[in-house]
Design a protein around this ligand. Structure first.
Ligand SMILES: [Zn+2]
Length: 216
C-alpha cells in the first residue's frame, strides 16, 4: 500500500520503460549486453561467430560452450552442485568438461570424423575445444560464403552432440553416431534452405556436400 501512496504521477501518456537501458528503450542488443555483463563477459569476448543462417538458440549455445558456461558435470561440480556420477556418461573414463564432451570424447571424435569426410576436409584435424574448431574454419582458405556454411555445420554438430548427450543423460536414450550425423545434415539442410542462401540445393547434392557452384 505504501508503494501506491508514495507513487507520483506525471502528466502525459503512460509508457513502458526498460530500466536497464540509458534511454529506457527496450532492444534485443541491450538484453544481450546485460546478459554478457551478468555472465562476466567483456566486450572483447563477445560472440564473433554469430551466424544468421542457424537459429539464435544454436548461436547462443555454441557461444556459451566456448566460454565453458554449459551445464556439463565438471562445471556443476565446480559450482557445488551434487552430481551422482561425475565422469562422462559416454566413455566413463574422463571428466565431463565442455571440450571433452563436444570434441574429445571417443564418440564425439567419431562424429567429427564423419562430418569432416562429408565436408571434404582433411581428416588430420582433431579439435580439443569448440573455439579451436570454429577458429579452424575461420583460418581455411576459401570463399567467405563457403566458410560460413562450414561454420554453420560445425555449430550444428556441437548442438547435436549436446542434444544427444542430454537425451542419454535424462531419458536414457542412446543415439547411434549415424543418427547424430543424419540429424546434423538434415538440420542444416532445413535451416540453410529456409534462410535464403541455399534455396536451390537439393537433398541428394547436400548429402554429398556438392555445393561449390551454389556458394560464392
Ligand atoms: Zn567421454
Amino acid at each position: 500500500m505504501s508503494y501506491v501512496t508514495s507513487a507520483k504521477f506525471k502528466v502525459g501518456e503512460d509508457r513502458w520503460v526498460w530500466n536497464a537501458a540509458d534511454r529506457g528503450e527496450f532492444s534485443v542488443e541491450n538484453v544481450r549486453k546485460q546478459i554478457n555483463k551478468q555472465d562476466g563477459v567483456g566486450i572483447e569476448e563477445e560472440w564473433k561467430h554469430w551466424k544468421h543462417w542457424v537459429p539464435p538458440k544454436i548461436n547462443y549455445f555454441t557461444w556459451r560452450t566456448t566460454l565453458d558456461k554449459i551445464p556439463v558435470k565438471q562445471e556443476l561440480i565446480r559450482r557445488g552442485i551434487p552430481v551422482s556420477y561425475p565422469l562422462c556418461s559416454r566413455c566413463e573414463v574422463r571428466e565431463e568438461s565442455a571440450g571433452h564432451l563436444i570434441c574429445e570424447c571417443t564418440m564425439s571424435k567419431s562424429i567429427w570424423r564423419y562430418v569432416l569426410v562429408w565436408l571434404k576436409l582433411p581428416l588430420s584435424n582433431e579439435f580439443r575445444s569448440c573455439n579451436e574448431a570454429l577458429e579452424f574454419v575461420k583460418g581455411l582458405t576459401g570463399s567467405e560464403e563457403w566458410k560460413k556454411v562450414l561454420n554453420v555445420v560445425f555449430q550444428t554438430t556441437m548442438w547435436n552432440i549436446w542434444k544427444s548427450r542430454n537425451e542419454k543423460e535424462f531419458d536414457g536414450y542412446t543415439h547411434t553416431e549415424n543418427n547424430i550425423v543424419e540429424a546434423i545434415m538434415s538440420d542444416n539442410f532445413i535451416w540453410l534452405k529456409s534462410r535464403l542462401k541455399l534455396q536451390d540445393i537439393v537433398w541428394e547434392r547436400w548429402v554429398d556436400f556438392n555445393i561449390r557452384d551454389i556458394v560464392r
